[in-house]
Design a binder for this molecule. Sequence first.
Ligand SMILES: [Zn+2]
Length: 458
Amino acid sequence: MNWKERFIRTVSYPLYEKSRGLTIRSKLHALEAGRNRTPSEIQDLQLRKLRSLITDCGARTPYYREMLERNGLTADSFQSLADLSRLPVLTKSLLRENREVISQPGLFPRTYCHQSSGSTGDPKVLCADTEAESFRMAALFRSRRWWGWDIGSPVLEIWGTYHLQRSLMRNIRMSWIENRFRFSAMRLTDASAAETWKLFRKHRGAYVRGYVSSILGIARLFEESGRHPAELGFRAVCTTSERLYDDQRRFLESAFRCPVIDEYGASEVGIIAFQCPSGGMHLMEENLIAEFADLPQAGPDGPKRLILTELNNRATPLLRYEIGDLVRPDPEPCACGSALSRIRVDIGRDSEMVRLPDGSQVSPVLFCHMGQYSFFEIGRKIRQYRIIQKRLDLFEVEVVCRTEDQADVESYFRKAFEEDFDGLVRLNVRFRDSIPPDASGKHRMFISEIPTGGSESG
Ligand SMILES: [Zn+2]
């Protein structure tokens, strides 16, 4: 540990927590003290938290108060976790339509807002109170510590977008509290390889975190220009936001010669599952109850719809929230000894790169950001959107608007495409009444109609 890591861990991070009213380190300590809990002890903890959450929701959240009353339910109605099924599932569209009576940030002196359009093209912003934020961060650090990655450890983030928000306060926080450096891997070219390599060498020994597609793009760029990513001495590579295929994992492991860790989270609930050193994707069950609902067309052994109840957040309580991803429960005990249940997140996220006429590639996550960063202006007018690549140089945006104000929405997308693609592509904008889900039941935000010329494997 160098002096900066030590300074962050012992001075700046504790001060940051105190100034924000966060209790991340004490919750981290409690999580680690409970590492030997049995499955039934975890379930007891979940039931206790659930009953307390139901009591608070009935008292303070208009949406749930009305729903509990309508169904004649109180906290006492929940005698086991199975009783959760007495509540209806909260779909994304229900959440969208009832956001004002579900989200109650005004009840709290401080909240943490997380914006996302997700990968499904429906922009949203949801708030966590300080308790929930502390629990989320504590669970994340608990899991990272399985890999020796602690508060203050250096992190090099590789995202696939130009839109890296910058402000002085944000830069100070990233550098001196989180020890985090961000790099945009959008539009990688051979010419930028040398410069990028020099920059990355400054972050030797960091933990790398980012989109699968962006990290793959960087690794390939280095290898093709005769540089060996292993020389960067990264401690681990952590992939997030997109599905990590086995062949991609093997490629990254051999390129960087370090562990490749998969992380699964969502802006609505924070970290959901994290991979342990034995390869298990463990659910953060101290924070969440996970249910697995059948997918009618998939059969009993097929993928399940993941339904989550976040146990700590009173600012935006999500009870039985259908997150929109398909997963498979993995009932075998894990070799690491943890009693936290495991899942396989093998469906629902995709990492096909978007190819452009000049041969460069960008991550489809860019299209999520088009919704995310515009949320406060244009995002309000958009109910849903989907982007289809028709040819290398032709895209089509399908938009369902909330308002009649279509001209604004159209010019927003035209400007975003012009800026992000330097005029390399043309765009058609089509307004629709609805966008039906695809065959898997998911609203995919990006669809490529270009035949794939080869696999992503290395
Ligand atoms: Zn494990």
